[in-house]
Write a protein that binds this ligand. Structure first.
Ligand SMILES: Cc1cc2nc3c(=O)[nH]c(=O)nc-3n(C[C@H](O)[C@H](O)[C@H](O)COP(=O)(O)OP(=O)(O)OC[C@H]3O[C@@H](n4cnc5c(N)ncnc54)[C@H](O)[C@@H]3O)c2cc1C
Length: 389
């Protein structure tokens, strides 16, 4: 078998890249280790930057997002019982759209099926070969048989635990990492959100976030210890703890119910450099992870795909590899700024077990400055709505 670009992983980055390449007439094949239903059942990101919306429009997969997505002009931050609003639209002229990653994935899968591009689900033991040659190969097992695909380029879009980054010799890649000493316990509930915008909460008992996926489906998070398990958190205990961390107005508006999904996600900052090895290009979580506090994971996957799809299209249409050579540097420049923002938001809003009285006063001063300075609010807003590509 032969294709121009072999894409590993059918998450948002792989599907979006595949769609943009197919629409530009570039042959590609996606290999995904899980089943389609499994990929669609993962509950993850929900805040989409304008740049990512534009890319989904280019991919002809934004129709339902425009119909069902919720446009948010701002967000609120609660500290010491008071809430302050950061008005994105007034400060930057830009907004974000709340639309679940699951729905984006479904729309991209439907768009891919509509144009007849190929995806192999349940591709086991994917392995990459000859990445430094101009004829890289990918093999996988499916239905008891081993298959092999020849290609010009491999796009490693297979997330943090994927095979692509691990196929790069250790001497050719450097990893930079910070693991945070807490996780996010998330609950999805079929109830209207407590507020029409997200509320980020810095509380003595730990961080909380009131988010949503639609006008009838809410997503709430609590900072929890890393050694905790979801069985330690029956629904009643979750709601009691959330109410303790909210201000009185939010607590009384909260509609609780039976959780339809509950999970604990560890928080990590991670970047692998460079995002290229020979003719293998890494994109999305395969190359970097951010703590979800800045809502940047999915959006960074989209900006990587923007740079990579343009570079591949330039190579196939005009024969120039210049943009492919610049891909890693361009993508990483944006990645590190999003890493900085996500780290800063995490630092400002969570309780760190080791933090001293000095650290807590620094955090209070940071929030006080943010609430009192339009310049500081503009800096937050500019990063939250997404830096330009
Ligand atoms: C639990 C959780 C909660 C999150 N919450 C948020 C949030 O609230 N806000 C936010 O902005 N971001 C969030 N993120 C991050 C966001 O979901 C990711 O940044 C985004 O999914 C990245 O997309 P991706 O396509 O690069 O990677 P992924 O979505 O991880 O997709 C990679 C795909 O590759 C497949 N794959 C893996 N290994 C192989 C292999 N060996 N062979 C073939 N296929 C393989 C996987 O099955 C998967 O389908 C969350 C992430 C997690 C894990």
């Amino acid at each position: 078998m032969r294709t121009q670009v072999a894409i590993i992983g059918a998450g948002p980055s792989g599907l979006l890249l595949g769609q943009l390449l197919s629409l530009a007439g570039i042959d590609n094949m996606i290999l995904e280790q899980k089943s389609k239903d499994y990929v669609l059942s993962r509950i993850r990101a929900g805040v989409v930057e304008q740049g990512a919306v534009k890319l989904l429009e280019e991919a002809r997969a934004a129709e339902r997002l425009h119909r069902e997505g919720l446009v948010h002009d701002g967000t609120e931050i609660a500290f010491q019982g008071r809430r302050r609003r950061i008005d994105f639209k007034a400060l930057t002229g830009k907004v974000v759209t709340v639309y679940g990653q699951t729905e984006i994935t479904r729309d991209l899968m439907d768009a891919r099926e509509a144009i007849g591009a190929e995806t192999v689900y349940e591709a086991a033991d994917v392995a990459l070969f000859d990445l430094k040659s101009d004829r890289p190969r990918v093999s996988w097992r499916e239905g008891g048989e081993t298959h092999e695909l020849q290609c010009d380029y491999v796009a490693g879009c297979d997330g943090f635990h994927g095979v692509s980054r691990r196929s790069i010799p250790e001497s050719e890649i450097a990893a930079f990492e910070r693991v945070y000493p807490f996780g996010w316990l998330g609950v999805l509930v079929e109830k209207p959100p407590v507020s029409h915008e997200l509320i980020y909460v810095n509380h003595d008992r730990g961080f909380a976030l009131c988010s949503m996926r639609s006008t009838s489906r809410s997503r709430y998070y609590l900072q929890c210890r890393l050694d905790e398990h979801i069985d330690d958190w029956p629904d009643d205990k979750f709601w009691e703890e959330l109410v303790r961390r909210l201000d009185p107005a939010a607590a009384s508006a909260l509609q609780t119910g039976a959780s339809i999904e509950k999970s604990i996600a560890p928080l990590r900052s991670f970047v692998a450099e460079p995002m290229r090895y020979g003719n293998l290009f890494l994109a999305g979580d395969a190359a970097h992870i951010v703590p979800p506090t800045g809502a940047k994971g999915l959006n960074l996957a989209a900006s990587d795909v923007h740079y990579l799809s343009h570079a591949l299209i330039e190579k196939y249409k005009n024969g120039s590899a210049k943009d492919l050579d610049l891909y890693a540097a361009k993508a990483l420049a944006r990645v590190w700024k999003a890493e900085r923002f996500s780290w800063w938001m995490t630092q400002m809003l969570h309780r760190f077990p080791e933090s001293s009285g000095f650290d807590q006063r620094m955090q209070a001063a940071e929030l006080d400055y943010l609430f009192s300075s339009e310049a500081a609010q503009t800096a937050l807003a500019e990063n939250y709505v997404g830096l330009p590509y």
